[in-house]
Each structure stands twice: as C-alpha cells, then as structure tokens.
Design a protein around this ligand. Structure first.
Ligand SMILES: [Zn+2]
Length: 113
C-alpha cells in the first residue's frame, strides 16, 4: 500500500500543473533502486489513481536509477548489491550512497492552456 500513498502524492504534483496544462499526456518518474518502491506497483497504483484527474489517460514511464555508492576511504564508485557490501577496491565498509534513493517526477508533458 506504500505505492498507493505515493501515487496520491504524484497526482497532487500533477494537479499543481493545472495552471499551465489543460491535460497531462505523459509523465516520466524516476525511481531509485534503493527507494523501496516497486516501479510496476507504482504504475499500477497510478493507473488506479489517475482517472478523473488532470492526468487521466496519460502515458506513464518509469526510469529506474541503479544504486551507486562512493567509498569514503578510496573514492571508488560502484553499484553495490545492497547497503552493507564493503568497497571492492579497498574493503572499507565506510561508503556514502550517491544515487539510488530517487523518487521524483522527472517530466510532465501535456496540452497547454
Ligand atoms: Zn574503497
């Protein structure tokens, strides 16, 4: 049900475009691998949430962002399988996540007013 709550949040963002757009025709969402959101579940939740809104019938696209972490010891960047895998270059567990937690509306296209 996490995705259903997010879908409502996305609809709210799309409705905010109603000043400029009479209708939303395409929405691109960016979903990070570490965001705990299942892209297909989000699209399904949106298909349920969109009818009756500005974005009814809009094309939904999800761009997956792979996880990336940078080692705090040696600076190496890689795409770890999970959050606890140590750096493959130097073995340090001290790493900072630089990508993969995104969840945002990247593009909104529609019919201008
Ligand atoms: Zn390292």
């Amino acid at each position: 049900m996490h995705e259903a709550a997010l879908a409502i949040e996305v609809v709210r963002l799309l409705e905010a475009h109603s000043d400029q757009l009479s209708r939303v025709t395409r929405v691109v969402l960016q979903v990070g691998a570490l965001s705990c959101v299942e892209p297909r579940a989000l699209v399904t939740a949106l298909q349920v949430a969109l009818p009756g809104t500005l974005a009814e019938g809009a094309v939904l696209e999800v761009v997956a962002v792979p996880a990336r972490a940078r080692c705090l010891e040696c600076g190496a960047e890689e795409s770890p399988e999970d959050r606890i895998t140590p750096c493959s270059a130097c073995g340090s567990p001290r790493r900072t996540r630089v990508a993969g937690q995104e969840l945002r509306v990247l593009t909104v296209e529609g019919v201008p007013r």
